[in-house]
Design a protein around this ligand. Structure first.
Ligand code: ADP
Ligand code: GLC
Length: 508
């Protein structure tokens, strides 16, 4: 893995304005299932604040509130797929936080559905086709608008065909021949493996259906192709970058990432503190800061009332805000939580949805521990902010975690993360030192329910036996700074790296 280019080396180049198009399936607040949406929004805004010309392209899902966000139709385009297939698409536009222009790809047959990736019967069967259209439209729209980006920055498998088209789609190449591509891998566990029929659909020849490029057990692996074609690659924390170069952590992608080591960088996600800050958070019943934390007790009481828990400041509240996915360690939680609730004085609130068994488990847990466990099965931005603020501890026992944003948000809210030391969780949480009271949270290493149980017990005993350390840990947690500006600088360095690669390839 390449280390990030030293700032001095590229500071002259970084002054130059770059045109950057983000191509993604999510962007908060319009459409989001997890941290990807937050990253697309926060990073694009920061790059613009640094003087770059950044735009974002996402699909116009029917869940997006066009009136609330002031979407305006701008233009239409004809996107040529493969053979004689063409799609006429519309384009609408809005400004993210009155700043970054966001383009919404309007194609009802693919995106006029309530879900982003899934409907009531699971994953949409045509996901590969939907996001292949998004990727091809990205190039077509830039060409039509005569807005030629220096870099197309694509996110996960839904954008992974952009680097492929930038190198193979001949009729579009002339205006975009100098455009470089950067692909960020947010989650290697979702590579986007689909029926190979997507290749002819979008005009990619069978000569690319090889083991090195697309082929994966007879199917097309979009992320793998992106890894091979992108000029530079990133993932969302330095530790996770090392993990996915390893055969176990790489989940099948390690050999291909190892081939691209020189162009692969781990950059920690940042936080948009204009949305995640207890001093200004409009979702909360009271605001607070490290200097005056009294409002946190009001948030805790409101949280307990909201989730029908006993209202007391004596018991510690543990919070969970999460997609219910295996990755997040719900197997461990399902074993550890009943034991913990039986043996420890604690409360628990859970917000999330996804895996049906996990949803049912938390419904059961709530009924088995009335007044001590509250569960909200669903998605609610409002409730997620209240949990970050009103809880005392945030549980994230992930089996793997590329970065994780909730634990970074919780630090700012003085809510101490209890995490498994993996990926970005390891990079962002400093383990509690019982002798000195230093640290920002509680870590465990072994991916077992036993280790999780002990770690919850460690947090609970610190709550009851060493309150002075809780105060100290909170102060330190709240003073951590994970704002986007540092990481955005590293992305600019990666964009420059990709541009140099592209230039060298064009000249060579
Ligand atoms: P991941 O992207 O793997 O889901 P992250 O920790 O990076 O994990 O980001 C999760 C983001 O999604 C956070 O902004 C979190 O608040 C949000 N989130 C997850 N589940 C829910 C939910 N059920 N309701 C509201 N927000 C949620
Ligand atoms: C992914 C990862 C998460 C990361 C997020 C944003 O979904 O699971 O760890 O924080 O993307 O990069």
């Amino acid at each position: 893995m390449a280390t990030c280019i030293p700032r001095e080396k590229s500071s002259r180049e970084a002054k130059d304005t770059l045109r950057v198009l983000f191509v993604a399936s999510e962007c908060a607040p319009y459409a989001k299932t997890g941290g990807l949406g937050d990253v697309v929004a926060g990073l694009s805004k920061t790059l613009q604040q640094l003087g770059h010309d950044v735009r974002v392209l996402i699909p116009l899902y029917s869940l997006i509130d066009r009136t609330k966000y002031g979407l305006k139709p701008t233009t239409s385009a004809c996107v040529h797929m493969g053979g004689s297939v063409e799609h006429w698409v519309g384009l609408q536009e809005a400004r993210l936080d009155d700043a970054v222009p966001v383009w919404f790809l309007d194609y009802d047959a693919y995106f006029g559905r309530p879900g982003i990736y899934d409907g009531p019967f699971g994953h949409y069967q045509d996901n590969a086709y939907r996001f292949a259209l998004l990727s091809k439209a990205a190039l077509q729209v830039c060409k039509d608008q005569q807005w030629i980006p220096h870099v197309m920055h694509v996110h996960d498998w839904p954008g992974a065909l952009v680097p492929v088209f930038l190198k193979t789609w001949e009729r579009i190449l002339s205006p975009l021949s100098n455009t470089a591509s950067v692909m960020t891998i947010h989650n290697v566990g979702y590579p986007g493996v689909y029926h190979a029929g997507v290749l002819p659909y979008c005009g990619i020849g069978w000569e690319y259906f090889t083991r090195e490029l697309f082929e994966d057990h007879g199917k097309a692996n979009l992320l793998k192709a992106g890894i091979q074609f992108a000029d530079a690659l990133t993932t969302v924390s330095p530790t996770h970058a090392k993990e996915i170069l390893d055969p176990v952590g790489g989940m099948g992608m390690a050999p291909y990432l190892n081939n691209r080591r020189a162009d692969f960088f781990g950059i920690l996600n940042g936080v948009d503190y204009s949305h995640w800050n207890p001093e200004t958070d409009h979702h909360l019943p009271a605001r607070y800061s490290a200097e005056d934390i009294s409002g946190k007790a009001i948030c805790k009481r409101a949280l307990q009332e909201h989730f029908h828990l006993e209202t007391t400041d004596k018991l510690p509240v543990f919070g969970i805000v999460s997609r219910f996915a295996h990755q997040k360690g719900f197997g461990l939680l399902r074993e550890a939580l009943p034991r913990a609730l039986n043996s420890m004085l604690m409360q628990l609130v859970v917000l999330g949805n996804g895996d049906r068994d996990t949803e049912n488990f938390f419904r059961w847990l709530q009924s088995a521990y009335p007044g001590r466990v509250g569960a909200h099965i669903g998605f609610s931005a409002e409730a997620s902010h209240l949990i970050e603020a009103g809880s005392d501890f945030l549980l994230m026992p992930s089996l793997y975690e590329p970065c994780g944003l909730n634990q970074i948000y919780s630090l700012k809210y003085g809510t101490l993360p209890v995490v498994r030391a993996t990926g970005g969780l390891d990079d962002t949480v400093q383990n509690y030192n019982e002798a000195t009271g230093d640290g920002t949270g509680f870590k465990f290493w072994e991916p077992s329910s036993r280790a999780l149980h002990y770690c919850i017990g460690w947090a609970v005993s610190t709550w009851f036996d060493r309150q002075q350390h809780i105060v100290k840990l909170r102060q330190r947690a709240m003073s951590q700074d994970f704002s986007w500006s540092k990481s955005a600088g590293q992305y600019i360095d990666v964009y420059q790296h990709a541009l140099r690669k592209k230039q060298a390839a064009t000249l060579g």
